[in-house]
Design a protein around this ligand. Structure first.
Ligand code: SF4
Length: 426
């Protein structure tokens, strides 16, 4: 937990990466989007404890890291929100919650449930509040990141996932460490600063192979590395971290232990929480997320999901609708509700404030304009796919998955009236 938070904002992304590398060796920290009022210098800030500011200042000055400034982070009100909503006919409950948001007050679980259940003009107010807050806290630049899905083998059998081991119809593939490092070099040349490595839980990638991949990417590109490769042992997480991995996405999918057990026959709820805790202790920036529209899920469950993200200090929050995958136990279930998926993004932004929330491929699969719409209701990130075309069609977590490439990503960003990072060569 960061106390009396300060933001370190550097003069460029390269200096931010150097600063983060130095700070993470000794001090608690989190990487967060740079708030809008600082202008677009580097789009990531380093949040540190107030008590560590003096020591970190000295350390970064000694290492000649160019820092724009050290700023105390305030919880800020959202002036003008009620005025902006004046033309809407809002229910008393929503009006009262909007008043609290305008004043910068914390919301309770019951209020999150009310926001998630909002319809009509009430729902419109939730979207407007989330979008205003996103603009106020983060600004208009959308953080665009690229993922490579390097293996679709999986030893687990999650009931919602097309990669599950019992899906014998899926054509399986694996990429070699050399192929993966080659994609990382392409990403670097395109102006990306982070690579997302995603796969099923595939034992072919031993600890040594993973270390070869992480070290190779660091050596060849010095990019930040996000791992989304399932559960490993604490020692392995530590080795990956020491080899250069920075972020770890380990989604919980639902914070309701019964629902979790139903969809994850090979996993244990408490173990998943423990792994997330280990990852934080080891200095990873952590990511999680939920599926909206799982069988038997309630809006109370979704409110609990969002609260869990805050309690666990999660900074990358992937929220996407449930989409049925063929040849899985849930293949006849209905897809998640589009409006509820958008409201979940919006409520997460309102409650969690300064975190990375992607507008997801799942949203774009459910509704073609979903990618743009997610950005309009609180999202600030898009993760698009750079898996080579010969493999891409077989990474089928759910059926009819939309292909989101850089072109579609940039089109959605522009259609939403937002900005593309200046570092991207497009
Ligand atoms: S959700 Fe992940 S762990 Fe579960 S079957 Fe799919 S790829 Fe494997």
């Amino acid at each position: 937990m960061i106390k009396d938070p300060y933001l370190v904002i550097c003069k460029s992304t390269n200096h931010m990466l150097r600063a983060a590398g130095l700070i993470e060796k000794q001090y608690a920290h989190q990487l967060v989007p740079v708030p809008a009022e600082y202008g677009y210098i580097c789009n990531t800030a380093i949040r540190i404890n107030g008590a560590d500011v003096a020591a970190i200042k000295d350390m970064l000055a000694a290492k000649r890291v160019a820092v724009e400034g050290y700023y105390r982070e305030n919880r800020r009100p959202l002036p003008g929100l009620l005025g902006r909503l004046a033309s809407l006919a809002l229910s008393e409950n929503i009006l009262s919650i909007m008043g609290k948001i305008e004043k910068g007050m914390d919301l309770q679980k019951g209020e999150l449930v009310t926001l998630l259940a909002a319809t009509g003009q009430d729902m419109e107010a939730v979207f407007i509040a989330a979008d205003m807050l996103r603009k106020e806290l983060i600004g208009d630049v959308v953080d665009i990141r690229a993922a490579v899905e390097f293996s679709n083998y999986c030893k687990k059998n999650c009931t919602y996932c097309g990669l599950r081991r019992d899906n014998k119809t899926l054509v399986r593939y694996r990429m070699t460490p050399g192929e993966i490092i080659g994609i990382a070099k392409e990403m670097k040349a395109m102006g990306h600063h982070t690579i997302i490595l995603q796969s099923g839980e595939d034992p072919w990638y031993t600890t040594d192979k993973m270390l070869e991949i992480i070290r190779g990417i660091k050596r060849e590109t010095n990019m930040r590395i996000t791992l989304s490769v399932g559960e490993w042992s604490r020692d392995e997480y530590k080795l990956f971290r020491e080899a250069g991995a920075n972020n770890y996405l380990l989604k919980i999918e639902t914070s309701n232990p019964e629902r979790f057990a139903e969809i994850h026959p090979d996993d244990d709820y408490k173990t998943r929480l423990e792994h997330s805790k280990w990852l934080k202790e080891l200095g990873y920036i952590t990511g999680s997320g939920n599926i909206i529209g799982l069988p038997k899920q309630t809006v109370e469950d979704i409110a609990d999901d969002i609260i869990l993200m805050k309690e666990s200090g999660t900074h990358m929050i992937g929220l996407g609708p449930f989409l049925p995958a063929e040849n899985t136990p849930l293949d006849r279930e209905k897809p998640g509700d589009y409006d509820l998926s958008l409201k979940t993004i919006a409520v997460a932004r309102i409650y969690l404030k300064n975190v990375f929330i992607p507008s997801t491929t799942a949203l774009a699969t459910l509704v073609p304009e979903g990618l743009q719409r997610g950005l309009e209701v609180g999202a600030n990130t898009i993760m698009y796919n750079l898996t080579p075309p010969q493999y891409r069609g077989n990474y089928v977590i759910y059926s009819d998955k939309a292909v989101i490439d850089l072109e579609k990503t940039v089109a959605a960003v522009r259609a939403a009236g937002r900005k593309v990072p200046s570092s991207l060569k497009i």
